[in-house]
Design a binder for this molecule. Structure first.
Ligand code: IMP
Ligand code: MG
Length: 176
């Protein structure tokens, strides 16, 4: 098919790192209830594993699907394909993302949630951080699994044209 995948982060490494992040989140929110907001579809697998490693009294799930367009303005816009099912007013929200690349998507989602809803707090937890292409810096990444180089990666939820999401590891997609 003219593509191949070389392993960048193994299944074991992902598992170990998620345990560390989950322990940190459990410590930071000790005794508190949180709502994990998964950004579809890429963050699904990460959120499932992260959620099961959390030690907190109550962990709710919700899901959003957004697409971003850089368009002609530097700020860009996002289209909400699927909004939250329930209000997150007064809740501690942790946005769970697969990868922060330019930063446009996550910054717009934060803006949207902050204005439309009135959460008690919002933090970002991303599996991957690709800082090389960062355009928008109006947010802080509170929890990041791995900082990766400027490569196109797939697996563990991340896709190329909707494929490869089911790989248990993260790999670099090479085109030949
Ligand atoms: P941002 O708005 O540029 O930060 O884009 C983030 C979104 O772009 C992610 O949620 C992914 O869906 C997608 N994306 C960015 N880099 C990659 C990659 O290397 N592999 C797969 N998807 C990516
Ligand atoms: Mg995504």
């Amino acid at each position: 098919m003219g593509e191949n995948v070389t392993v960048l982060i193994t299944e074991q490494e992902i598992k170990k790192r998620i345990a560390v992040i989950a322990a940190q989140i459990s410590k930071d929110y000790a005794g508190e209830d949180v709502c994990l907001v998964c950004l579809l579809k890429g963050a699904v697998i990460f959120m499932c594993d992260l959620a099961r490693a959390l030690d907190l009294p109550s962990v709710e799930f919700d899901f959003m699907d957004v697409s971003s367009y850089s368009g002609t303005t530097s700020t860009g816009i996002i289209k909400i394909n699927k909004d939250l099912s329930d209000s997150v007013e007064g809740k501690h929200v942790i946005l769970v993302e697969d990868i922060v690349d330019t930063g446009l998507t996550i910054s717009k989602v934060i803006e949207f949630l902050t204005h439309q809803q009135n959460p008690k707090s919002i933090k970002i937890c991303t599996l991957l951080d690709k800082p090389a292409r960062r355009d928008v810096n109006r947010f802080n990444i509170d929890y990041a699994g791995f900082v990766i180089p400027d490569e196109f990666v797939v697996g563990y939820g991340l896709d190329y044209e909707q494929r490869y999401r089911n790989l248990p590891y993260i790999g670099v997609l090479n085109f030949s």
